[in-house]
Write a protein that binds this ligand. Sequence first.
Ligand code: C5P
Length: 252
Amino acid sequence: MTTKVTAGAVSAREKLIVALDVETAAEARRLFEALRDEAGVFKVGSQLFTSAGPDFVRGLTEAGASVFLDLKFHDIPNTVAAAAREAVRLGVRLFDVHASGGVEMMRRAAGAAAEEAARLGVPKPSVIAVTVLTSMDEAALRECGVAAASVEGQVRRLARLADACGLEGVVASPHEIRPVREEVGRTGFLVVTPGVHPSAAAYADQKRVMSPADAIRSGADFIVVGRAILNSGDPACAARAVVEEMEEAQSQ
Ligand code: C5P
């Protein structure tokens, strides 16, 4: 059975989300088996979901995996609410929607997840909101007609909205963790951060990347790591190294 995510004294291992960004269910399943003792959560994103489908996700949760269903729902409120109910039925621990889908959409997603979990008598997944995609900069936001002064300003605004709509947290780049905390002071508001790379220090010129240690020091509840683990010769060893780095940062 899945458990609801709460902030607090959580081990470094539990804070590591491995992105299963691979082509096939077989490959993802092999990775899960190799990494299940090394990471707390496994992320299924649009590539794997499109390839392997909900049955694969159900299989993972039934095998005891904590799953972050990263499908970034963004549609009319009724459709997102229906998708939220399906996510609950899959037994995932977290799933996300785009905050830019609006207040009504986020409220309906949170409400539908709560209702469905209560109906089934299962823990409610944490519903989190994508703020600004880490691939977007100010110019890209302007191209889309977002007139906010900066990426950070837009992240702050969307984090506040997500909280007001009853969502449990946000997905944000490691550089926006502190601004999100300033906007939403509530204990337990989750910040999930992709854009984390173990050797980030080696290429500090890449502004959107941060090391696991720095992301933890900045206050991330979860860090998402994909290729740095998946593409290493020994994923379990690479994951252990990330967790050790996180542990070191937590103990400082
Ligand atoms: O880069 P990496 O392979 O670690 O990415 C893992 C996951 O984090 C991807 O599935 C992607 O959704 C997300 N990501 C992101 N922003 C980045 C890099 C990755 O949201 N800058």
